[in-house]
Ligand binder design. Structure first.
Ligand code: DAH
Length: 357
């Protein structure tokens, strides 16, 4: 081999390398080309390793001939790499781009459960008349759920409330013999009356909403769990007329301004007199139909004047203070408001049902 042959081989290598660089269409291919021509086991090295065959006098010139070619190839690869990486980035960015003109995906928003919505509507109404929320616990004593409400242990009215008894919460005395300290799940929100009477000073107007429990089979109109709202007003000179006026407003608010209303005599141990409050049937408007047992009326709550015994149990003098109280089933009122025939639908957690509200 002589220097001319070497130069010719080098030129051929240069041509091939430049062509390969020009053909590389992505950075990874360019890496392969780089390694194939300029790498440790690349063609340029291999060509240079052949210089041992050159005459000794020619060898120093090899570097002068080869170096510009190496530099040219390095520069060509660097230029090409910059170009390809730019394109690569453009392609990636184009793939990641958001099309801001696409319509948005709908977000599924939650909403209030119909029972909670009704409870709040009831609370909003009574708040306008000064009734403030008063919380009372779901786990209650026999004393507050029954006895302080004028329902002694063997009173027949206990049959109105089939009761779930529970073991005492940790740390509470167990005196299981004494009915007084038996623990139960409240069967109504009325024990809130005793708590409010004992805690607050008249004049008072409180509203106690909450979950109640009964030991009873579930059907379309009875649940073993359900919700009530209890109202209590105590002041000097409170009368049944105040109660009637307030409940009329309430019925008109929830069921329409023309809705007929009436008081019927009722019985509860904790009120005297006791009344059932009826509204004209929401289905037939009073004409009489199967929904109202052909009476034209539907009972929506129980109420009355707070019994003197209850006032006294609450620490008040019944000669000085009078009060009225009422208790309503949120489930029933919600059924009537929205025409839901079976309260079990409120507890089934079926979104197709709940989304209708
Ligand atoms: N506590 C009664 C029940 O669960 C409802 C009730 C009736 C509440 C009359 C009252 C009332 O405050 O005065 O069935």
């Amino acid at each position: 081999m002589d220097l001319d042959t070497f130069a010719a081989d080098l030129d051929a290598l240069r041509e091939r390398a430049l062509a390969a660089v020009a053909e590389a269409i992505d950075p990874a291919t360019l890496d392969v080309v780089d390694a194939a021509y300029l790498g440790r086991k690349g063609e340029l090295r291999r060509l240079l390793s052949g210089i041992g065959a050159l005459p000794v006098a020619d060898r120093p010139r090899v570097g002068a001939i080869a170096n510009p070619t190496r530099q040219e190839l390095e520069a060509a690869i660097a230029t090409r790499r910059e170009r390809l990486e730019g394109i690569h980035m453009d392609v990636r960015l184009a793939g990641e781009a958001e099309d801001v003109t696409l319509p948005g995906r709908p977000l599924a928003r939650g909403s209030l459960h119909p029972l909670k919505e009704t409870e709040r509507e009831i609370a909003r109404f009574f708040a306008r008349y000064g009734f403030v929320p008063y919380e009372s616990p779901e786990v209650e004593t026999d004393e507050l759920n029954f006895q302080a409400l004028n329902i002694p242990p063997d009173h027949p009215a206990r049959d109105l409330w089939d009761t779930v008894y529970v073991v005492p919460p940790a740390g509470q005395p167990v005196e299981a013999t004494a009915d007084r300290s038996r623990w139960l799940l409240r069967t109504h929100t009325s024990p809130g009356q005793i708590r409010a009477l004992r805690e607050l000073e008249p004049p008072m107007r409180v509203l106690t909403p909450g979950r109640c429990y009964r030991y009873e089979a579930t059907d379309a109109s009875h649940g073993s769990e359900f919700f009530q709202v209890e109202g209590l007003m105590v002041d000097e000179g409170t009368s049944l007329a105040h109660l009637r006026g307030l409940l009329d407003e309430f019925a008109h608010h929830l069921f329409g301004a023309d809705r007929g209303t009436r008081f019927r005599p009722g019985y509860y141990p904790f009120t005297e007199p006791s009344v059932a409050f009826d509204i004209a049937c929401v289905v037939c408007d009073g004409a009489g139909c199967p929904a109202c047992g052909r009476t034209g009326w539907m009972t929506i709550l129980g109420a009355g004047m707070v019994h003197p015994v209850v006032l006294r149990n609450g620490g008040l003098d019944p000669e000085r203070y009078q009060g009225f109280a009422f208790g309503m089933g949120v489930d029933r009122i919600t059924m009537l408001r929205f025409g839901v025939p079976d309260l079990r639908a409120f507890y089934a957690n079926d979104l197709r049902f709940l989304e209708r509200f």
